[in-house]
Structures are given as C-alpha cells and as structure tokens.
Design a protein around this ligand. Structure first.
Ligand SMILES: [Zn+2]
Length: 219
C-alpha cells in the first residue's frame, strides 16, 4: 500500500473519502489537528507549553508539527502507509516533510487533489444542519441527506440547528482563500509528478473508485 496526502478545498468530501479508504485498506488517518490535541492531552512538560501556545492563539511552529508527525509515522501501524490530512500546507512544510521521509527511508506516496465545484461545495455547506442532542448531521439541499421532516432530527426528534459560520459569504471567502493559498503546493506536487486530480462532484463512490485506481498504480 502507499501513503496518501489529501489536498482538498472545504466541503470537497475529503473526510468521507478518508473514512472509506480507512475501512477498506486499513490505513491510519493522521491529521495534524488530532496530533496536536493528543500532544496537549499527554502528560509531558511539552504538553503544557503547547497548550499555552494554542490557547493564546500563537501559530504552532512547523518544527513542532513535523516532530509530532515524525513520531506518529514511526509507529508500526504506519508501515504500510497512512492518510495524511491537513498537512503539508506550505512549500516549506512539504520540503521538510520530504526530507524527513528520506531520513526514515519512507516514500511520499500519492498526492490526491479532491476537486469540487464551488456550487456543489456551497450546497454541502449552507444546507448542513445538525442535531444538538445526538449530533446527527443532515443536509437540506441534498436529497439523500435530508431529514424526513424538515428541521427535525430523524433519530431523536430534536430541532435541527445550523452553524452560524455556515453561511454563503463566509464560505465563499473560505473557499477562495483555500484555493489561492494551495496553488503553490499543487504546483510543487505537479512538478514532482505526484499529483492526481479527482473530482468529488458527482458521487463519493465514483471518487473512491478513482482513488483506488491511483493506489493500484493507474492514473
Ligand atoms: Zn438527534
């Protein structure tokens, strides 16, 4: 198996695709957010320092993130590959990561860009409602994800709520910012011949098939 680096704009459905790969290929899913949370929860002097940094809103340094990531992928569960989510975000991070892999004798694997059109992504975000009680998530604009009764949780009957930052304007900005800031990274992997573009506009099953083709050596 190979490792996968996911690059995906907001609402591209990366989370769902990751879970599908995890289930079928048993690759661990590594997100830098989770690594940081675990590090903070651990009982070490570094945890305390890290916690203070995160609470004060200081940007966590590349070095700390890379160290956490290095320790994580040394675990034997990563021997057959892993899914990397949310990292790297910059060229500098990408290059440091490649250097680290070389030192560990590991390969980069494949970089998969999950494309999504802005319209589809917008529907996924602005239609999202969730249950405050049982945490079930629905989408008012997507047929197969609608609650049976509008505004009411299928599972427990609670009134569904929308997140305040799930509005059109906020999403536009998030989406455009992401696209712009990721351009250099995409170019970097394109130059390395490692970038694969797939689309997750139509269905997750179709997107998943494309990923499997990539993992099996096709394009
Ligand atoms: Zn509920």
């Amino acid at each position: 198996m190979k490792s996968i680096i996911f690059i995906a704009p907001p609402a591209a459905g990366k989370g769902t695709l990751s879970r599908m790969i995890e289930e079928k290929y048993h690759l661990p899913h590594i997100s830098t957010g989770d690594l940081l949370r675990d590090a903070v929860a651990s009982d070490t002097p570094q945890a305390k320092e890290l916690k203070q940094q995160m609470e004060s809103g200081v940007l966590i340094s590349d070095e700390i993130i890379l160290n956490l990531l290095t320790e994580r992928i040394k675990n034997s569960d990563c021997d057959n590959g892993y899914i990397l989510d949310g990292f790297p975000r910059t060229i500098k991070q990408a290059e440091d990561y490649e250097k680290m892999l070389k030192e560990l004798g590991k390969t980069l694997g494949e970089v998969i860009y999950v494309g999504v059109s802005k319209d589809v992504a917008m529907k996924r975000i602005t239609g999202r409602v969730s249950c405050p009680k049982c945490k079930a998530v629905y989408n008012e604009f997507i047929e197969e994800s609608k609650p049976k009764v509008p505004g009411v949780c299928d599972r427990c009957g609670s009134i569904l709520v929308k997140r305040s930052d799930d509005n059109e304007e906020t999403f536009q900005v998030r989406f455009d910012t992401y696209m712009k800031s990721t351009e250099p990274l995409i170019q970097h992997y394109e130059e390395l011949g490692k970038l694969h573009r797939i689309s997750n506009d139509v269905s997750k099953e179709l997107a998943f098939k494309e990923i499997e083709t990539i993992l099996n050596g096709g394009n």
